[in-house]
Design a protein. Structure first.
Length: 84
């Protein structure tokens, strides 16, 4: 799931997880179950902590590579990235 799904288009400094995530209607059915909501919440919380630590003014400025690294270090499940 891309990090940008957690960021509303029209709001700044807001991260949405769970049922409020931005996705297609067909995808939402599989994303609103508990394990996925847990993962989204952990990602949103970690991103918010990184924003505070780096004094970022916009959630869009979060370094997603650093976010994935922090999530993996915390034991979050993230599939390995595909190499082009």
């Amino acid at each position: 799931m891309p990090y940008r799904c957690l960021i509303p288009k029209t709001l700044d400094n807001v991260l949405c997880a769970g049922r409020s995530v931005s996705c297609d209607h067909m995808v939402l059915g599989s994303l609103r179950v508990m394990p996925e909501c847990l993962c989204m919440g952990q990602a949103a919380g970690t991103a918010a902590a990184q924003m505070m630590a780096r004094s970022l003014d916009d959630a869009r400025d979060v370094d997603t590579a650093a976010l994935r690294h922090a999530l993996r270090a915390a034991g979050a499940y993230l599939p390995e990235e595909e190499q082009a």
